[in-house]
Design a protein around this ligand. Structure first.
Ligand SMILES: [Zn+2]
Length: 447
């Protein structure tokens, strides 16, 4: 009954039905057929942007972009990148002047800087919903499954907490939200109880929130209801976090990558060896520091084009993440290409005294098991402060802490070739960003 109600309430739109059908047929499509569709979508978007968006019309003219060219990718690669700064300065020029049903404003979810404002519409929303539901099926869950959402202090939570209508809709959709922006033992005790009472089939959560609750479950040796499926989203899911979540819930976790600007981007398959990129929704490139296509296996900056947002075209948008593509076809049978790993934010840099930028991988301390979480703060050129949250099971007498401090210093000094004085301090809490994400690096020199 509730599943039928859910379908009626959510997905009557033709765009959704068409897109969902496409995803259902995915396994019968060859990589070539997929590329053909992606190419068609890309060309359609570029033609639309040229016609209805003053910003792109100018840009394409200035860069001699030939939209009728046979090789549309070659033309596409001539288009200059879109950055958050450009969006901020050209808001009204980017916005398409065509009629769009249900247009609304949305804001970026990036962990640094002021959020940017963009627009989306009904057409986009339905396509994104189809992608999101497809990602759910990849992670062994389906629309209407009882879902517990462990979310940060975001728009969804505010809406859920303040609007009766949203709460009723959530009940129909069998969704329950837990506000996880700030978690302490008392809140976590209550939440674990709620999970055990609600018995969700599916758990969707911020990487950070899932990790915190999992640590609490493990430390207190609590028996928790095992869901059929867990998706971690919003924020980096590192190896240690993955281990904690899988241990606490006794279930493999699916890492999902997305952003508020472009919706769902990629998700892991059951092999958990890379994330499949939905090329129906986004055209994804990885570029090196010169803006040139990175070779497979090389870490580069992720550049995205949302193929379904005609209201506010995001073309070659530098979303602010680092990643690496993976060669070859996945043995799981899903023909979508693979993103091998996500490698942190593009703002995760330290600056040396001769103004050299050093990118710090999120896994920098992966060889030191005592470290549960860290945050590096740079306020001056020659000095960095590292806050460390240690695994509570590890010895924390003063001698072990001194040894640990030295280990951390050695790692950083080797990595940065002694560019910084390193100060290490141990802490019990590292404050998340206002959207509930963890920041590995806070660089106050760059911003
Ligand atoms: Zn796969």
């Amino acid at each position: 009954m509730s599943r039928t109600l859910y379908k009626l309430a959510s997905f009557a739109k033709p765009e959704y039905i068409k897109e969902a059908k496409l995803y259902r047929n995915l396994k019968n499509m060859s990589p070539m057929q997929i590329e053909k569709l992606e190419k068609k979508r890309l060309r359609t978007l570029l033609i639309h942007a040229n016609k209805y968006s003053a910003y792109y019309n100018n840009l394409f003219k200035e860069n001699y972009i030939d939209l009728n060219a046979k090789d549309i990718y070659k033309e596409y690669k001539k288009i200059p990148f879109l950055t958050k700064e450009i969006i901020r300065e050209n808001q009204n020029q980017i916005l398409s002047v065509h009629e769009a049903k249900g247009r609304y404003a949305n804001f970026s979810s990036g962990s640094t800087g002021e959020p940017i404002k963009i627009y989306q519409d009904d057409y986009y929303k339905n396509k994104v919903r189809a992608t999101s539901n497809f990602f759910d099926t990849m992670a062994n869950t389906k629309p209407g499954d009882k879902t517990m959402v462990l979310w940060g202090a975001d728009k969804e939570i505010d809406k859920y907490e303040s609007s009766l209508k949203v709460r009723i809709m959530s009940k129909i959709k069998r969704l329950k939200y837990l506000n996880c922006w700030k978690l302490d033992d008392l809140i976590m005790e209550k939440y674990v109880e709620e999970i055990n009472n609600f018995k969700p089939i599916h758990i969707l959560g911020y990487a950070e929130a899932l990790n915190e609750i999992s640590k609490y479950i493990i430390e207190n040796n609590i028996k928790v209801n095992t869901p059929k499926s867990i998706i971690s989203s919003a924020g980096m899911l590192d190896l240690k976090m993955r281990e904690n979540i899988e241990k606490a819930f006794n279930r493999k976790v699916f890492n999902r990558y997305g952003s508020r600007e472009v919706g769902g981007i990629a998700i892991e398959c059951e092999l958990h060896d890379g994330l499949h990129i939905s090329t129906f929704s986004n055209y994804l490139e990885i570029v090196d520091e010169n803006g040139i296509e990175a070779s497979p296996g090389e870490i580069g900056e992720i550049v995205l084009t949302s193929l379904n947002n005609f209201s506010f075209p995001l073309i070659r948008y530098r979303v602010g993440d680092f990643g690496k593509e993976k060669n070859g076809v996945c043995p799981c049978g899903n023909p979508f290409p693979l993103l091998s790993t996500l490698e942190g934010r593009t703002s995760d840099y330290l600056v040396t005294s001769n103004k050299l930028k050093i990118r710090i991988p999120t896994s920098i301390f992966s060889q030191i098991p005592e470290i549960e979480k860290y945050q590096i703060i740079q306020n001056e050129l020659r000095k960095i402060n590292i806050s460390i949250l240690i695994n509570s099971k590890e010895a924390n007498d003063s001698e072990s802490l001194e040894i640990l401090k030295e280990k951390i210093k050695v790692v950083v000094e080797e990595f940065s070739e002694n560019s910084f004085d390193v100060e290490v301090n141990f802490t019990k809490f590292i404050k998340p960003t206002s959207s509930g994400k963890h920041r590995y690096i806070i660089n106050n020199i760059l911003s």
